[in-house]
Design a protein around this ligand. Structure first.
Ligand code: 7TS
Length: 407
């Protein structure tokens, strides 16, 4: 039996409600995770007790807010194995982080004729910023071939990484296929030719222990809301040697050193990249989420997500008329599937009547849908509050859907 890793009703207020008369089964954590009481309270407490802007004023509340904001950055840095807290830039999330790298690093260091290596399983937020960079610079996009079951291999990477490669941008874990990608191998290859590795950690940072040095990444992007934190906060980690060289992309308050009528100079990293009032409460909430995940233990979460993802894969693959996508093992927390003859949106709707929340659609990965040869899929995704009982409910929901559409 795989049990949830936490006391679900005590830690997560949302699981105390029912939907359509049933206990909620949240199988949509790849879209966003539910929030523990500790995170809700940290945000609430900030607004009730310490609300002030950061880095600006000298009064007591400003000092408290600034200290709490700085502590949140330190927690996030430690959580991903960064050498210095300053290497963590707070952003709105993965999308903004990846746009920042493509705009800033990309416009400075990627030239006409250079190559940007991607995979067909990337989320649109790790595709379109690179497409746009290619259009601005005349660089070329190259895609690594996937194996039949949707894996990236060293051989595949070898074929596309070459002397012109400046950027390799890959997700560590796919939000659709549940594939766990060998980005560490890509790091070695791209560094040999003088390029950088950008890792989209949106689905991996919530589920695995992360150490940016072990990944070999130059940049790592992730979102707070998929790891028990609030929405609207995330981070870009980058190697300081790059961040120091890079130009900001948002100009305004708090990102400058000196301004006169015609010119301006920039503040140090990370403030240089954080123009404007940041999401202070969000950052503090993300710090609380990091504390919560560390209390449970990232190693345990990793084993749990993978075991439950693989269990879901097996259970679904066993049901006649159900196709499951991606590698069987190892398989991450997201499992995409289709029921023969039923549109994924109809699947999700029948599921909702039973309070089983899944996502249906292209999952912001249309090139992957094209690769799979489908228009869309249903997707169940698990996290630390799910267990076998939820997979049973998933199975029942599929059987019910099949009965419903046979009628
Ligand atoms: N990269 C990956 C791999 C993702 O799964 C997502 C969000 C993003 C980037 C973008 O993250 P954001 O926080 O900036 O939006 N993925 C999903 C999903 O699978 N369903 O909804 C959002």
């Amino acid at each position: 039996m795989i049990e949830p890793l936490v006391d679900v009703e005590r830690d997560f207020p949302i699981f105390n409600r029912t939907i359509n008369g049933h206990r909620l089964v949240w199988l949509d954590s790849a879209a966003t995770s539910q929030k523990p009481e500790a995170v809700v309270q940290a945000v609430d407490r900030f607004y009730r007790e310490s609300n002030a802007n950061v880095l600006r004023s000298v009064h007591t509340l400003a000092d408290e807010a600034t200290t709490a904001f700085a502590r949140a950055r330190e927690k996030v840095a430690r959580f991903i194995g960064a050498d210095q807290a300053e290497e963590v830039i707070f952003t709105r999330g993965t999308t903004e982080s990846l746009n920042l790298v493509a705009r800033s690093f990309g416009d400075m260091f990627v030239k006409e004729g250079n190559e940007i290596v991607l995979s067909p399983m990337e989320h649109h937020s790790n595709l379109i910023p690179w497409q746009q960079l290619a259009r601005r610079t005349g660089a070329l996009l190259k895609y690594v071939d996937l194996t039949e079951d949707g894996r990236i291999t060293a051989e595949g990477l070898q074929q596309v990484i070459g002397p012109q490669t400046r950027v390799v941008a890959l997700s560590k874990i796919s939000n659709v296929l549940g594939a766990i990608n060998p980005v560490e191998i890509a790091a070695e290859m791209v560094h040999r030719v003088g390029g950088v590795l950008v890792v989209d950690g949106a689905q991996s940072v919530p589920h695995q222990p992360t150490n940016v040095k072990d990944l070999g990444a130059d940049f790592l992007a992730f979102s707070g809301h998929k790891m028990c934190g609030p929405t609207g906060i995330g981070a870009l980690w980058g190697r300081m040697e790059w961040l120091e060289k890079m130009e900001p992309v948002i100009f305004g308050g708090e990102m400058i050193s000196y301004v006169d009528r015609d010119t301006a100079t920039w503040a140090e990293v990370p403030e240089k990249f954080e123009g404007g009032t940041p999401n202070i409460a969000g950052a503090i909430g993300l710090g609380a989420a990091v504390d919560y995940l560390e209390q449970v233990g990232m190693e345990r979460i990793s084993q749990h997500s993978q075991a439950l993802g693989e269990r879901a894969f097996e259970v679904l693959a066993d049901i006649p008329g159900v196709s499951v996508y991606g590698p069987q093992r190892p398989h991450g927390a997201a499992v995409a599937f289709n029921i023969e003859g039923v549109h994924p949106h109809d699947v999700a709707q029948v599921f909702d009547a039973q309070a089983v929340a899944i996502r249906a659609g292209h999952h912001c990965a249309q090139p992957l849908m094209q690769w799979l040869g489908v228009g869309s899929t249903a997707r169940a995704s698990v996290y630390l509050y799910n267990g076998d009982a939820d997979i049973d409910r998933l199975r029942e929901a599929i059987l019910e859907t099949k009965r419903f559409f046979r009628r």
